[in-house]
Design a protein around this ligand. Structure first.
Ligand code: PGA
Length: 255
């Protein structure tokens, strides 16, 4: 696929997979994907499986991501995990502000931006998630909502850090529901985000930022989504829990 930016496809395993299951999944993925170089591939297991998965992907082209992290470097924050703790397992990416974190754990744009700064300071690349609810889409305020989230979640990031940040557009109504945004709906929001980045930074920064689509990405819709000019990858939930479907998604986007 002829793209301006290298595609990045990440699997968000959410709160799934014991250590043994994670080992099986990553081994199966490596059999299918070991020769893939044209697409950046990332898996984001739960914290408890990072160490195991990390050992399996040594010297392969699959990279490791976490699903969240604390904004604090260390201290009395029971239950939290810091950037440095993630780095111990060679984690390279961290998902921030996923809609489930926003919805169930009250994460705000302001918090996401503080976490994004902490991630960059530790040389972890944030994958910042934004997306409107069904109610917001039906009210016709999708673009405003996305603008508020992007501006708030990237607050204070300079152009170099912005270019090294991945955004994930995930309409909340499409997550885990089997309802994908149409390619046109997704492309429209992605183009809006890129115009917004150009106004927040400049054209060349906006051209560098990779914007993933997420929300019921499956083997049968991934290629069409990825062929859109402003869609530069996917954040995959359900379909990343099985090696075959995640590998098919990636392979369907190769030439
Ligand atoms: P889904 O999840 O692919 O299961 O819709 C996507 C996500 O939440 O990142």
């Amino acid at each position: 696929m002829n793209k301006d930016r290298k595609l990045i496809i990440a699997g968000n395993w959410k709160m799934n997979k014991t250590v043994a299951e994670a080992a099986d999944l990553i081994d199966a993925l490596l059999i299918d994907l070991k020769d893939v170089k044209e697409i950046d591939m990332v898996v984001c297991p739960p914290f408890t499986a990072l160490g195991e998965v990390s050992k399996h992907i040594l010297s392969t082209s699959i990279r490791l991501g976490a699903q969240n992290m604390s904004q604090h470097p260390s201290g009395a924050y029971t239950g939290e995990v810091s950037a440095m703790m993630l780095k111990e397992f060679s984690v390279r990416y961290v998902i921030l502000g996923h809609s489930e974190r926003r919805q169930y754990f009250n994460e705000t744009d302001a918090l996401v931006s503080v976490k994004a700064h902490a991630a960059h300071a530790a040389a972890l690349r944030p994958i910042i998630c934004v997306g409107e609810t069904l109610e917001e889409r039906e009210k016709g305020v999708t673009e405003e909502i996305i603008e508020t989230q992007v501006r708030g979640s990237m607050d204070g990031l300079d152009a170099a850090k912005a270019a090294d940040t991945i955004l994930a557009y995930e309409p909340v109504w499409a997550i885990g529901t089997g309802k994908t945004a149409s390619t046109e709906q997704a492309q429209e929001v992605h183009a809006h985000i890129r115009r917004l980045l150009a106004s927040m930074y400049d054209e060349s920064t906006a051209r560098l930022v990779r914007i993933q689509y997420g929300g019921s990405v499956k083997p049968n819709n991934a290629r069409e989504l990825m062929s859109q000019p402003d869609i530069d990858g996917a954040l995959v939930g359900g379909a990343s829990l099985e090696a075959r479907s995640f590998a098919q998604i990636i392979k369907s986007c190769l030439d």
